[in-house]
Design a protein around this ligand. Structure first.
Ligand SMILES: C[S@@+](CC[C@H](N)C(=O)[O-])C[C@H]1O[C@@H](n2cnc3c(N)ncnc32)[C@H](O)[C@@H]1O
Length: 275
């Protein structure tokens, strides 16, 4: 069963690229804060196009190694190709579905961005994934939230677009789960060692941030309509980006993207299932 609510189109691939560019410096910062460092062997779960995989690969350097895992074979193929084109050679990619990851031996860290939101039982998955991490190793996830995704001045269309996505995802059981990330790790039996929040913001109405907003609505449109959150006529997807840009210009607002919440924990010595 294909349970990925964002769909698997070229447009969705492009949306993931825009997202990766927007969040890249924030993700690197959160990975560093979590303790990802030279020489580590790291697992990147739900790697998509491999952006986090490649960022982690730069942090672990030539003496380290990162394994990207995704359930979608097209993503795995695309990630391999992009890593090759970028000249990143300390990465490998595996097609597998969480939590059944066919990787030998323990890793120094398990990381993932925007993946727990797609799992029906994220805490149970994290608990199971803990068995793959060596004692003293790192477990670190980054998830988005829209609680503070806003504009500095009233921008009703931007707010409505965000709400369509949040409501549709929630109805599909794939809530944007950043605000739950700390509790999820605790429910998985972990002591959370640290958390931080990063929010891209822009004052430029032509910036990719609004493109990202419209592209996210586009990817979720079938779900938005099917779940009754809004009609196609209300969304008017073909003109949405133009109207978002016009609104930002007219209101002179600064747009805050959905924030990325990072949380990390250290795997304690002993049997994870007993914690
Ligand atoms: C929103 S994308 C995030 C991609 C990447 N982590 C990033 O931040 O750029 C989520 C990815 O998780 C993958 N995915 C969803 N459910 C999965 C599962 N149960 N096991 C492995 N991958 C999964 C999807 O195929 C998709 O590529």
């Amino acid at each position: 069963v294909d349970s990925y609510i964002m769909g698997r189109t070229t447009a969705e691939t492009r949306r993931l690229e825009i997202q990766a560019e927007m969040y890249a410096p924030h993700t690197e910062h959160l990975l560093r804060m979590a303790g990802i460092a030279a020489g580590m062997r790291v697992l990147d779960l739900g790697c998509g196009l491999g952006d986090v995989t490649m960022q982690a690969a730069r942090l672990v350097g030539p003496t380290g190694q990162v394994i990207g895992v995704d359930t979608n074979p097209e993503m795995v193929t695309a990630a391999r190709q992009r890593a090759k084109e970028s000249g990143v050679d300390n990465v490998t990619f595996v097609q597998a579905e969480i939590p059944d990851i066919p990787v030998e031996g323990l890793v120094d860290a398990v990381v993932g961005r925007l993946i727990l939101m797609h799992l029906k039982e994220p805490a149970a998955a994290v608990r199971s994934l803990r068995t793959m991490v060596r004692p003293g190793g790192i477990i670190s996830f980054q998830e988005a939230d829209v609680t503070y995704a806003t504009s500095t001045r009233a921008a009703p269309l931007a707010a409505r677009s965000m709400a369509w996505c949040d409501d549709a995802a929630r109805l599909a059981g794939s809530a944007v789960c950043g605000r739950e990330l700390g509790p999820i790790l605790r429910d998985a039996g972990l002591d959370v060692a640290g958390m931080a929040v990063a929010t891209p913001a822009t004052a430029d109405p032509e910036s990719p941030d609004l493109l990202f907003c419209a592209a996210t609505v586009a990817s979720l449109l079938p779900l938005i309509v099917a779940s009754g959150v809004a009609t196609e006529a209300e969304v008017e997807i073909d003109t949405l980006l133009g109207r978002l840009r016009a609104e930002a210009r007219e209101t002179r607002s600064v747009t805050y993207a959905p924030e990325l919440i990072g949380a990390w924990a250290i795997e304690a010595p002993g049997d994870p299932s007993s914690n």
